[in-house]
Design a protein around this ligand. Structure first.
Ligand code: GLU
Length: 509
């Protein structure tokens, strides 16, 4: 029997989720679902200096909003619990010790001051930022440079130490990336990364390998920024004797700034006026606020669809995909190697397409939310559903429903009749003065009945219908927008239409 596919999204809870992070989740999720596998959420919180309160909840909420619920997670539990690395602390020491015993790692006793001194002493034109590596390690205080006795003494005295990997000085190591193919590294450029910190917590490098192994992860997909860490991880898989169980890796291309110049950052969003995070986020330490796609008025269907197309396509030119369709067609080998430029106009296009294609029932809770936040109270859901179907074509983002449908709920506060004032005359005035009586007498109230009565009356009075429709619209809507005016009239109802005509006439007087 083939091994069951198991993937993981392994964020560090350091803040809001950048859309690159959400795309990493998405590709993990699609791959897992496509192969009938498991999708695990593992919180990589071993660096408590970077821990941010609320970040984990935010991540969970983002996954829920996008419809990518993990099968195993800190909240859902699972066979490999716990799923927070800080709660797995006791697991890691034995592996770090094994690496030391096998000669692949060593204890290092250097203080922060000594490390600083090393960086200053060995700084040179050709080596501007010296690292703790094969060239310098013998000049530092560690179990390779110090005698055995001295090492035992330091340890028995409780002098704090870290465990560092001993990178080979000149080996070429490589792996086959699912997106990039063969990737090779020379170990000589990589420093002796810390694996276990002074407080006994593992660093990311050790924890990610140990947990991917213990959690039986078969495929690990992460952002391209993690590629430089791959040689350390490769060696750890190897040194721990787990090479056969190593997941297949895919390093996902970056999401680039709109001009293609470098990685898209939160600052680009602030500068260019678009969201970069999935949902609103306020950093609890600085109070800095970052807007999210959700609150900007994106539907999760559109957000997910847009993200999938940042770096992937199915080769047919098709752009609109539901989650189910993505799951059916997703194929990691079709993910591009090159970075994908973010284009906010295109993101909005996806949202517009999704709003147009969604049923009123699907849109109703979100639209109701937008209207309520704008102070428009909705008491009749059936009425709202009718309105949504009438205006959705005109809405790109959810808050657009406020302007496009507000007049269905409240009469325009003071209709701006300015655009028709110049050509206003007595005949038109009389037309609208008499119109309420004609409408009042209509036996049926629907768009055709209103239109017929309106047009017959215009013909009878020899006024061009075209010249009457704009004032009628301004009276009902308050502006030069909205769906067909007779449909609006039919929807808002006879009494309301009559009241708005009277109010419109008043502002023309
Ligand atoms: N904890 C890493 C992060 O914050 C995970 C990288 C990986 O998936 O290996 O993105």
């Amino acid at each position: 029997m083939a091994t069951k596919v198991r993937v993981r999204f392994a964020p560090s809870p350091t803040g809001g989720l950048h859309l690159g992070g959400v795309r990493t989740v998405l590709f993990n999720y699609l791959f897992a679902r496509h192969h009938g596998g498991d999708f695990v959420l593992r919180i990589e919180d071993t660096d408590n200096t970077r821990f941010v309160e609320g970040a984990e909840d935010y991540i969970m909420e983002t996954l829920r909003w996008c419809g990518m619920e993990p099968d195993e997670s800190p909240a859902a539990g699972g066979p490999f619990a716990p799923y927070r690395q800080s709660e797995r602390k006791a697991n890691y020491l034995q592996y770090a010790e094994k690496l030391v015993a096998d000669g692949h790692a060593y204890y290092a006793f250097d203080t922060p001051e000594e490390l600083e001194e090393m960086r200053n002493t060995f700084k040179s034109a050709e080596n501007p930022s010296p690292q703790y590596d094969h060239k310098l390690r013998m000049k530092m205080r560690n179990s390779l440079s110090l005698g055995e006795e001295e090492v035992s003494r330091l340890i028995s005295e409780g002098v704090p130490y870290v465990i560092r990997i001993k990178m080979p000085d000149n080996q070429t190591i490589g792996f086959t990336d699912m997106i990039r193919g063969e990737v090779n590294f020379s170990t000589s450029t990589v420093d002796d990364k810390v694996l276990l910190k002074k407080d006994g917590m593992p660093t990311y490098h050790l924890a990610v390998v140990v947990d991917d192994y213990l959690m039986k992860i078969t495929h690990a997909f992460r952002g391209e920024e993690w590629l430089p860490s791959a040689p350390v991880h490769l060696l750890l898989w190897n040194y721990l004797g787990w090479s056969d169980a190593m997941p297949q890796w895919a390093h996902l291309p970056l999401i680039l700034k709109p001009d293609g110049n470098g990685k898209l950052s939160k600052r680009d969003g602030d500068r260019l006026g678009f969201p970069v995070f999935a949902m609103n986020w306020t950093d609890p330490r600085s109070n800095e606020f970052t807007q999210g796609f959700r609150e900007r008025g994106f539907l999760p269907e559109a957000f997910v669809n847009m993200l999938a197309m940042l770096g992937w396509n199915d080769g047919t030119g098709k752009e609109i995909f539901s989650m189910q369709e993505l799951i059916a067609s997703f194929d990691m080998s079709r993910v591009h190697k090159g970075g994908a430029k973010f284009d906010f106009e295109k993101a909005k296009w996806f949202n517009h397409e999704w709003i147009k294609a969604s049923s009123a029932a699907r849109l109703l809770p979100d639209v109701k939310n937008s209207l309520t936040s704008a102070g428009i109270s909705v008491t009749d859901d059936r009425y709202l559903a009718t309105v949504i179907d009438m205006v959705k074509e005109r809405c790109t983002l959810l808050p657009d429903f406020v302007e496009q449908s507000g007049f269905f709920f409240n009469a325009p506060a003071s209709p701006d009749m300015e655009p028709v004032k110049a050509k206003w005359n007595l005949d038109k005035n009389l037309f609208f003065t008499d119109l309420p009586g004609v409408l009042e007498a209509l036996p049926d109230w629907n768009a055709v009945a209103v239109e017929t009565a309106f047009k017959e009356m215009a013909v009878a009075r020899a006024i061009k219908v075209g010249e009457l429709q704009l004032p009628f619209r301004l009276m009902l809507v308050g502006g030069k927008f909205g769906p067909a005016v007779f449909d609006i009239a039919a929807t808002i109802g006879k009494d309301e239409v009559i009241a708005r005509i009277k109010k419109g006439l008043e502002s023309l007087a």
